[in-house]
Design a protein around this ligand. Structure first.
Ligand SMILES: [Zn+2]
Length: 521
C-alpha cells in the first residue's frame, strides 16, 4: 500500500511531502506578501529551474497561444512535472494566484489528498475496491466534481480530458472554441477516467474499445446531464463529457439572434396545418435550439407534439419526446413510423440521414402533419438538391417543403473589452461601411471573457421560403443558380449578408463570420 502511494507522490510532487518542505524553505525566507505578488515565471527563474532564454520562449508562445505559462514550459520540457507542482503548491499555500486564469485551479490540495490515498486508487484500477471512486468523501471524486464544476462555471459545453506527452490535459469548449483548463500529473489520467466511467455507468475494466454513458450532475442545485464518451488512444483513454443544461435553455427566436422581421416570418410558418420545415447546418450550429424555439411557440394542450431525437437535449413541457436507441432497434425511421400511429399533429425528426427517414417525413407532411427536421447542408438552397439526391421525387419536395432555415453560430464580441477599429482599417472597405457612420470592432480580451475577447454566441442565418414560383422550379428540376436568383428577387438574403449586418451593429467580427460561413472577402 505505502509503496504505491510513495510512487505516485514522487511522480506528482517529487520525493517527500513537497508542500511542507517547499513552504518552509520559501515562505520562511521571503515572507507571504512577497510570494503572493510573484508570478510563476519569476519563481521558476529565481529557483534556477529555468533559464532566462527558456522563460522568454515561453512568454512569446504564451502571447501567441494564450496558454498558461506553466503548461508551455512543461510541454517544451523546460521544467519537470515535479518542479511545476512544487512551485504551484507554494503559490497555493501562500494564498496567492499564480497566473490570471486556470493554473490556480490545479487544486494542489486535492491532489495532495489524492496522492495520500493513491494506493486505493490503484486498487480501484485493478477492480478491487470501488468505494474510492464512488464516495462523496473521496478526494478523487471531489477533484472530478471540481473539474466538471469549473467547466459549468465557465459556461463550457464540453469537457475534454486526455493524455498529453507529459501529463493529463483538461480543456473546456466555451462558445465553440477550446480553452486550456488544467494540467494534471500523468498518473491521474487513469483514476480520473475511471471516475468518469463510473459516473456514466460504463465498464471501467474495458479500456480498449470506445464507450458511451450518461450521468446527472448537481451544480448549485441545478441538475445537469452529462453525456460521457471514452475513446482509446495509443497513450491512454480520452474522455469527452458534453454538458447538457436543461434549465439554461434560452428559447425564443429573438433571444437566439433572429431579427424581428425574420422571426415573424418563421412564426407565420408555424401556424401551417401541415408541411415541412427544415433547419440546416453542421453539428453544433444551434439547429436543435432553433427547432425547440419553434416548438415552444406552438406548444399548446390542443396540439399533439411528438419528437424522435438523438439525443433528447432538453425536455420540453407537454411535448412527447423520444430518443433513438439503435441497440434496441429504435431508429429515426422506425420511431417515426410508430409515432405516426400515435395521432400526432406535429412531429420533430431529429435528423434526416437516410432515404427511408426522409420518405417517411415527406409522407407524414403530405398526410396532414407539420414536420420539423434537420439536414447537414451548407446552405438553405442546397437542401432541395440534397433531398433530390437522397431519392425523393421533386414533386413531393415541392408539395411539402415550406421553409428552410440555414444557420451557424458566431461568437459575440465581449462588450467590456471590444476595441473600435481605426477608420483606415481595410475591413470598412471590405464591408462597404463608412467609418463616419458605422463603428466596427475587433476582439481584445479581458478578465470578464477569460481573455477570449468574445462572450456568448448568436445565430447568423438565411431563410428560404418556398414560393409558388420556386415550387414550380423544383418540379422542373431547375438549377441552384436559377432558384437562388428567383429567391433573391423575393428578398432572400444569404447567411453571410446576415453576418455582415451583425458586424455592422458591433455584435461580432468579420473574422468570425468568414470562418463559419467559409466566405472570404
Ligand atoms: Zn472581454
Amino acid at each position: 500500500m505505502e509503496s504505491c502511494a510513495d510512487k505516485l507522490a514522487e511522480a506528482a510532487f517529487g520525493a517527500g511531502t513537497i508542500r511542507t518542505v517547499a513552504t518552509k524553505d520559501t515562505i520562511a525566507k521571503d515572507g507571504m506578501t512577497v510570494i503572493q505578488r510573484k508570478r510563476i515565471g519569476d519563481m521558476l527563474l529565481e529557483a534556477g529551474l529555468i533559464t532566462t532564454a527558456q522563460l522568454q520562449t515561453g512568454l512569446e508562445e504564451q502571447k501567441k497561444t494564450g496558454e498558461l505559462l506553466g503548461a508551455i514550459l512543461f510541454a517544451h520540457g523546460f521544467i519537470s512535472q515535479q518542479d511545476l507542482f512544487k512551485v504551484l503548491s507554494v503559490i497555493h499555500d501562500a494564498g496567492g494566484k499564480a497566473e490570471p486564469g486556470a493554473e490556480s485551479t490545479v487544486m494542489p490540495e486535492d491532489m495532495d489528498a489524492l496522492v495520500k490515498q493513491s494506493s486505493s486508487v490503484f486498487q480501484v484500477e485493478s477492480g478491487l475496491d470501488r468505494r474510492d471512486v464512488d464516495s462523496a468523501q473521496s478526494p478523487l471524486v471531489r477533484m472530478v466534481d471540481k473539474i466538471i464544476a469549473t467547466g459549468v462555471g465557465r459556461g463550457a459545453t464540453d469537457i475534454h480530458i486526455g493524455p498529453d506527452t507529459k501529463g493529463t490535459r483538461v480543456r473546456y469548449r466555451v462558445d465553440g472554441a477550446l480553452h486550456h483548463g488544467m494540467y494534471l500529473p500523468k498518473d491521474l489520467l487513469n483514476p480520473v477516467v475511471s471516475r468518469f466511467k463510473i459516473m456514466g455507468q460504463m465498464n471501467i475494466a474495458e479500456n480498449r474499445v470506445p464507450q458511451d454513458g450518461s450521468a446527472e450532475f448537481l451544480y448549485r442545485e441545478r441538475k445537469l446531464d452529462l453525456r460521457i464518451s471514452s475513446f482509446p488512444l495509443i497513450n491512454g483513454e480520452n474522455i469527452v463529457a458534453r454538458i447538457l443544461d436543461k434549465s439554461n435553455l434560452k428559447l425564443g427566436l429573438d433571444s437566439l439572434g433572429f431579427a424581428d422581421a425574420d422571426s415573424a416570418v418563421i412564426q407565420e410558418t408555424l401556424k401551417l396545418p401541415y408541411g415541412m420545415i427544415l433547419v440546416t447546418g453542421p453539428t453544433g450550429s444551434g439547429k436543435t435550439t432553433t427547432l425547440y424555439s419553434c416548438l415552444s411557440f406552438i406548444n399548446t394542450v390542443n396540439r399533439n407534439i411528438f419528437t424522435i431525437e438523438d439525443p433528447v437535449e432538453y425536455q420540453l413541457p407537454l411535448v412527447r419526446q423520444s430518443q433513438v436507441n439503435v441497440k434496441a432497434g429504435l431508429t429515426f425511421a422506425s420511431g417515426l413510423r410508430s409515432i405516426l400511429r400515435q395521432d400526432p399533429d406535429i412531429v420533430l425528426v431529429g435528423e434526416m440521414r437516410d432515404l427511408e427517414t426522409a420518405e417517411l417525413a415527406v409522407r407524414a407532411s403530405l398526410t396532414g402533419h407539420l414536420v420539423f427536421s434537420t439536414l447537414h447542408t451548407n446552405d438553405a438552397l442546397s437542401s432541395v438538391i440534397r433531398l433530390i439526391d437522397m431519392g425523393i421525387e421533386p414533386f413531393l419536395i415541392s408539395s411539402t417543403l415550406d421553409t428552410v432555415i440555414a444557420q451557424r453560430l458566431v461568437r459575440m464580441l465581449c462588450p467590456e473589452c471590444r476595441q473600435e477599429l481605426a477608420g483606415d482599417s481595410a475591413v470598412y472597405g471590405k464591408l462597404g461601411a463608412d467609418p463616419r457612420a458605422v463603428k466596427l470592432y475587433q476582439h481584445k480580451g479581458c478578465d470578464r471573457c477569460g481573455g477570449a475577447g468574445y462572450r456568448g454566441r448568436t445565430v447568423i442565418y438565411e431563410t428560404l421560403k418556398i414560393t409558388p414560383a420556386i415550387r414550380e422550379m423544383i418540379n422542373r428540376k431547375a438549377g441552384l443558380d436559377d432558384i437562388r436568383r428567383e429567391a433573391e428577387q423575393g428578398g432572400f438574403r444569404s447567411m453571410f449578408q446576415n453576418g455582415v449586418d451583425k458586424i455592422k451593429s458591433g455584435v461580432t467580427t468579420l473574422e468570425e463570420v468568414s470562418t463559419v460561413t467559409r466566405t472570404g472577402l
